[in-house]
Design a protein. Structure first.
Length: 180
């Protein structure tokens, strides 16, 4: 069932649908919000619209889409630098109040944060996945190709692969039950 006759917001009328709530100044506000780490859902709340409207605005307004990309990129870069600093350790100047002889005094000192192994591993797994992944695959041949290889040759291939990864292979001869 369509919209009632005379509904000025009905699709198909001249001017088509409801007017957009978008305003050009939203691009600047959105960029600032994204620099502060806002997600699209949080942007929608900021502008009083749903997340789908934010996606529509990205498609319809290039300046809005670009503002989001710039703001989010800056926030992502800041997090990446923080992760890097956490991985390698860092030093900062801190201040605290110390009471000496009954008199409170501000004391400035240097704080050292040790490198964090977990942050370093996470960083390296993402930056150098070929060198730092948990699973190292050793592949020989194509999928399904092993059914075409004679048993003796297959056992030799398995032995070579086991030696390549530093494992000793104990094989049993089928039918005889003896162990090689």
């Amino acid at each position: 069932m369509g919209a009632p006759k005379g509904n000025k917001y009905a699709v198909g009328n001249p001017g088509g649908g409801r007017p957009s709530l978008y305003k050009p100044e939203y691009a600047e506000r959105a960029e600032l919000a994204c620099r502060a780490g806002f997600t699209d859902r949080e942007l929608a709340s900021l502008f009083g619209v749903c997340e789908l409207t934010i996606n529509d605005w990205k498609l319809a307004h290039k300046e809005f889409s670009l503002a989001l990309k710039l703001g989010k990129s800056e926030a992502d870069n800041r997090v990446e630098r923080s992760l890097y600093n956490r991985a390698i350790g860092y030093t900062y100047t801190a201040e605290k109040v110390v009471v000496a002889g009954g008199i409170p005094q501000n004391v400035t000192y240097t704080e050292h944060v040790l490198p964090d192994t977990t942050a370093a591993i996470f960083f390296l797994k993402n930056r150098r996945p070929a060198d730092w992944r948990d699973v190292h695959k050793h592949e020989v041949g194509r999928a399904g190709e092993f059914s075409e290889i004679p048993d003796a040759q297959l056992l030799t291939l398995i032995q070579e692969e086991a030696e390549a990864i530093g494992e000793e292979l104990v094989a049993t001869n089928q039918g005889t039950g003896s162990v090689n």
